[in-house]
Design a protein around this ligand. Structure first.
Ligand SMILES: Nc1ncnc2c1ncn2[C@@H]1O[C@H](COP(=O)(O)OP(=O)(O)OP(=O)(O)O)[C@@H](O)[C@H]1O
Length: 256
């Protein structure tokens, strides 16, 4: 398993200054959360780490190579991305969608094998959408679609998971089961790097946090060092009350 490194990375947000260059390493076994208000650049950062957007400065390294030196296929065998937005360009069933996760592992025009299908079905079952295998994806609810997107990356089996708001659209039970699945991935030596809007889910599940401010400032490190009420209040421009529950801090917004 290989680390993902941001090296003096400046993401390219039109009209914004460079801010704080990002220098961090997501090690195998770690679970990172990216926190920040709307427009801070979380999605842009995720897409830059996946090689879908060029950085303004700096580089992203995977398997000790810059992403620019790697072929797309090599990247997609190592790194999976759950997008925030779903695009269902053409009608596909849930099973066909999950099988797309096997494409980095097949040669061009090679059909998926029985093993690939078993892999995909197991992933769909793990995300509690196996019973929807034959349904067209564009007929699913928002939460069902989200779980199919995560099952597709589980089918891809990358060492590094990038996820943009993985708990979006999910009810509480499915939020917890997805975060538990990601914890299991990290425990198996993979790495997880995800944007989250829910500060309390991040505080409970992430071992590392990156705070991204709208002006490009940023700080990152072990979660307990980042969960400082004053820093979070500045991040969200929101007064917070901090309480503790089950050994973890819980942040409650102050009503104005
Ligand atoms: N192609 C583009 N052209 C102009 N501005 C862009 C473009 N892409 C992103 N931006 C701007 O860059 C900023 C960061 O966007 P981004 O989607 O990364 O933020 P985010 O932190 O993920 O926000 P949210 O929490 O709302 O999902 C926003 O102000 C957005 O409007």
């Amino acid at each position: 398993m290989n680390p993902l490194r941001a090296k003096a990375l400046v993401i390219d947000i039109p009209g914004r200054g460079d801010g704080q260059p990002l220098d961090f390493t997501v090690e195998p076994g770690q679970m990172w959360g990216v926190l920040g208000p709307n427009g801070a650049g979380k999605t842009t950062l995720l897409h830059t780490l996946a090689g879908l957007r060029a950085p303004r400065h700096g580089a992203v390294h995977l398997c000790e190579h810059s992403l620019t030196e790697l072929r797309r296929r090599q990247i997609s065998q190592q790194l999976g991305l759950v997008f925030q937005e779903r695009q269902d360009g053409f009608p596909a069933t849930v099973l066909e969608t999950a099988l797309i996760g096997r494409h980095p592992w097949l040669s061009p025009w090679q059909m998926e094998s029985g093993d690939d299908e078993r892999f995909a079905r197991r992933a769909l079952d793990q995300l509690d959408v196996g019973h929807l295998s034959d349904r067209l994806v564009n007929t699913l609810s928002g939460g069902e679609r989200q779980r199919v997107a995560i099952a597709t990356v589980l089918t891809q089996a990358p060492d590094t998971w990038l996820l943009d708001e993985p708990t979006n659209h999910l009810d509480m039970h499915h939020q917890v089961s997805v975060l538990q699945l990601l914890t299991d991935q990290a425990r198996a030596g993979r790495s997880v790097f995800m944007c989250l809007h829910d500060l309390n889910l991040a505080a409970r599940w992430c071992d590392h946090l990156l705070l991204l401010y709208p002006n490009g400032d940023a700080c990152w490190g072990p979660a307990e060092q980042m969960l400082v009420p004053q820093a979070l209040e500045r991040l969200y421009d929101q007064k917070l009350i901090t309480v503790e529950a089950d050994g973890a801090p819980v942040f409650v917004p102050v009503k104005s």
